[in-house]
Design a protein around this ligand. Structure first.
Ligand code: SF4
Length: 222
């Protein structure tokens, strides 16, 4: 598999925020979000080819059993299903961060996801207008979210916040945890909270990417 980096840090966001976590960053992405902070994992062949066994060996060396597979866009990687199964079989709790454009029902059936639900959850982005990528979203992804999954909105303007509200109003069945976070430096977190108050968004949690406060915002491998 094409691996950009493997490291441990704290999970900077989502339901495991603040816990130690191992990360496998896979190479390549099909989107070009306006706010992307990981282009280094998407271009210039910046990867090492590792087998699933080699990835497992690297992770076993850390002895940290929460693992996040990220990118780039990890669901594009050949072998992603086998990697997840191997990690689950070896006691890992896997989070996959995916950009919302890749139909994950082509990788796992609903039943397969259910059978993995104590070992795997998905953190699925819904890309908002100012990302430039909203048209790339695969609608089925949001219908298939399970209760252990995370739906994540990254916002940089009031326009994005309004689009998030409209999306949630039209998708009230979603049982995943819902998070909204600011593009670092582009919108004041307070503006998000005030928007939540204005529209009484009680089902949404605001979060800050804490690794960008602990380290310099552009630090890699943290
Ligand atoms: S999906 Fe993620 S990695 Fe790909 S361009 Fe957007 S922010 Fe960057």
């Amino acid at each position: 598999m094409k691996v950009n980096e493997i490291f441990t840090s704290i999970d900077g966001e989502g339901i495991r925020q603040g816990f130690l976590c191992s990360f496998v960053r896979l190479y390549g992405c099909n989107l070009h979000c306006s706010y992307c902070d990981t282009r280094y994992a998407c271009e210039n062949n910046s990867y090492t080819d590792l087998s699933i066994g080699q990835i497992l060996d690297r992770l076993n060396g850390f002895n940290v059993y929460n693992v996040t597979i990220t990118g780039g866009e990890p669901l594009l990687a050949e072998g992603i299903k086998e990697l997840v199964q191997t990690l689950a079989d070896n006691g890992y709790f896997v989070n996959i961060e995916t950009n919302g454009s890749v139909d994950y029902s082509r990788i796992w059936t609903r039943e397969e996801r259910k059978s993995l639900s104590d070992r795997l959850f998905l953190t699925v982005d819904y890309k908002l207008p100012d990302s430039g990528m909203e048209k790339m979203m695969a609608p089925g992804n949001f219908r298939e979210l399970q209760s252990g999954d995370v739906l994540k909105f990254v916002v940089q303007s009031r326009k994005d916040l309004l689009a998030m509200r409209d999306f949630l109003n039209s998708n009230q069945h979603i049982s995943a945890s819902i998070y909204v976070s600011p593009v670092f430096g582009r919108i004041a977190p307070r503006e998000i909270v005030e928007f939540m108050q204005e529209f009484n968004l009680t089902g949404v949690r605001v979060q800050l990417q804490i690794h960008k406060f602990i380290w310099a915002p552009d630090t890699k491998g943290v």
